[in-house]
Design a protein around this ligand. Sequence first.
Ligand SMILES: *Cc1c(COP(=O)(O)O)cnc(C)c1O
Length: 403
Amino acid sequence: MQLTSRETAAKPLGISTVTVHAGEDRQKPGNSITDPIFCSATYTFPNTQSVIDFIEQKQPREEYGRYGNPGEKVVEKKLAALDGGESALLFSSGMAAIVGLLMAKLNAGDEVIFFDECYHRSREFCTKHLSRFGVTTHQVPAGDYEAMEAAITPATRLLVSESPTNPHLSVVDLERFADLGRRHDVETLIDATLATPYNVQPLTEGVDYVLHSATKYLAGHNDLLAGAIISTAEKLEPVRKLRGIMGAVNSPHNLYLLERGLKTFELRMQRQNENGIKIARFLEQHPRVEQVYYPGLESHRDHEVARRTMRGFGGLITFLVKDADWRQTGAIVDAVRIPRIGPSLGGVESLIEQPLVMSYYECTPEERKSFGIPDNMIRLACGIENPEDLVADIEQALESASL
Ligand SMILES: *Cc1c(COP(=O)(O)O)cnc(C)c1O
């Protein structure tokens, strides 16, 4: 027996039951409890007739490593079950997944509309590269559904947003977003990397594609890169075909690490949600903090939507240091002892960064202003460390650095 879906069981299975067991055979080669790592670039056939049978009957077996690996199938089944989708498609990184989906779905003359708060490289791909192939990108302010609707033309093929967004943590009303697409016969894509399937289920709200950088919470250990798209098998078919050509696939070892990371996904999310809200509340009352962006706080612009649609609010917190220039802000980052300085989020180790320096250093002040990145902004990605230790550490950092 294989557990493949949370819904086919008499009662929907819990998240950890799914991540530990879904997609795996009960009895494995060598009677091993863990899945073997198939270190194989190619797969053999016993004779010519079996090659012909494989092609004509579309038999479910492997052929060549760029088209699939047994470990990839296991992880894809887990991810599809987690998001309540029919099918999942893994890529070698989150960016490979985004690029793969957009390249597979868009043709010259098509238009795509983005909410403008988005991962820097997604925006860069659309504005600098899709444009070279005759695809037009429109950006509208995050959360402005009227502006998005007004930007739709007969050439629009895809509406795209993150939720929550990075680094402002704006939360999209997924039902409203999906409805906008449906009414205009345009497909919708949500990058739910920051939310994870623990906190939101965009497909059940009617969104067509949900995308994750599995590098972050899904793998959870800051030790691999991967990306995933979940949707119907039919919608994913052209993307799967293009992936086979792009070759943006995971190595067998990477797939094993991702499968292993997923086993503790729910436990990690519970702690990261807990750390997120505790640290956000601590920061909000601290006299050296000007503003905290965290959707779990009543003061957040999208708190109502977040409270209604999210189970937890995640481990990412962005805040502004009161009356600090960029050097003083950097001094606070440097005074922190537990979180490490680095990009990324969602792993067991907390990470801290100043967006101005880490991701937007080469932008002009005008560009940073347009992206909403002030000099005194800090982004903290909570790991699974104990919340009281993290709070005490951030408190000493805020108080030690002289402003
Ligand atoms: C990290 C990230 C990506 C890119 O994923 P990679 O795995 O680093 O390629 C895309 N979207 C969001 C929201 C991210 O945080």
